[in-house]
Design a protein around this ligand. Structure first.
Ligand code: ADP
Ligand code: MG
Length: 325
């Protein structure tokens, strides 16, 4: 007989992630009991990923477990927070133990790497959907908001945007790639790396920050709207990976980098006085200055509003029928 809800929780979701001293009671009671951290604020984020919308049907279960946490780690990173506790609401069409063990392993590995304890959740039946709530901490007054950018600030991006979108296009046979470039781009979609150490390092340096989940240009527009400023991006300064450059034309590369989603890089602003400090910062990822914050509204790339491919970011409700992921 297939395992029931209780067995699934016991087998796959008990004692997962890091073990933390501030967890008084985790999985097994009616609620998770956490010792409140002294002298700081809590940062909470929830993200839901749905099969067919956020990851392709048949996507390796390890990648699904990794992604469910990575997307939330990225949100906390953008706030400058240190992640700590996670709640997992899992909706499954059926009990598939092979899938569950892969999923739990993907989640567990990433959670341990970031000191996150899985402290509770909910398990239900329905179309495959993973909703993860992540909580973390930031010292009082040090959280980084979207709203702090000022005209004259530099605009920076971490990593190499566009790779993950190209990886998805390869997975869906919309883009041809071979060898090392193919492997590298696929990995960037399959195992996104949230920039947690960078977010923490940017406390006191970045004036505003957002994580790039829906496309650089669209997320830049969100940061600008929150800060009531505009941004000028210089496309020649975009840090494109060798892999992306080897498989896509210049036009296609820019569309991936500006309009593709799933990068989970940090897009942030900082006063030019911080340039040397940022150039020397070692937070596990390369940083690149790609433009400047200006007084005028909106985002411009090379002086013009970004093209239709790049401009708006992904929107589940205006995008028409779900993309064939
Ligand atoms: P209740 O009915 O009180 O909500 P449940 O029987 O749903 O409790 O869950 C029992 C325990 O298992 C709770 O501590 C809950 O947080 C935890 N739990 C349930 N599903 C998951 C899951 N997918 N991941 C982690 N913990 C879970
Ligand atoms: Mg329940």
């Amino acid at each position: 007989m297939a395992a029931g809800e209780f067995e699934i929780i016991e087998r796959y979701f008990t004692r997962r992630g890091a073990s933390r001293e501030d967890v008084i009671a985790g999985v097994g009671d009616d609620g998770a009991l956490i010792a409140a951290p002294p002298g700081g604020a809590l940062v909470l984020a929830v993200d839901t990923i749905v099969e067919g919308a956020h990851f392709p049907a048949g996507f390796d279960a390890r990648f699904v477990g990794h992604r469910a946490l990575a997307v939330n780690l990225s949100d906390l990173a953008a706030m400058g927070a240190e992640p700590a506790w996670a709640l997992l609401a899992l909706t499954l069409p059926a009990v598939d133990e092979h899938w569950l063990s892969g999923f739990a392993a993907g989640l567990d590995t990433l959670a341990r790497r970031h000191g996150v304890a899985l402290v509770g959740g909910d398990t239900t039946r329905g179309p495959l959907t993973v909703s993860l709530t992540l909580a973390g901490t930031v010292p009082d007054g040090q959280a980084i908001r979207r709203s702090g950018a000022r005209a004259g600030d530099d605009l920076w991006i971490s990593g190499t945007p566009g790779d993950a979108a190209a990886g998805l296009a390869i997975l869906q046979d919309r883009l041809a790639a071979q060898g090392r470039a193919r492997e590298a781009l696929l990995a960037r979609f399959q195992l996104p790396q949230a920039r947690v150490a960078l977010g923490i390092a940017l406390r006191g340096i970045a004036s505003a920050c957002i994580d790039v989940s829906d496309g650089l240009a669209g997320d830049a527009a969100k940061l600008c709207a929150a800060s009531k400023v505009g941004a000028d991006i210089d496309s020649r300064e975009l840090p494109l990976s060798a892999g992306l450059c080897s498989v896509a034309s210049r036009e296609a590369r820019l569309a991936f980098a500006l309009g593709g989603g799933d990068d989970y890089e940090l897009l942030f602003t900082a006063d030019p006085a911080h340039r040397a400090q940022l150039a020397a910062l070692d937070a596990g990822v390369v940083l690149k200055r790609i433009g400047a914050i200006v007084e005028a509204d909106g985002v411009r790339v090379d002086g013009a509003p970004p093209g239709r491919d790049a401009g708006h970011g992904f929107d589940h409700f205006t995008a028409g029928p779900p993309p064939p992921r």
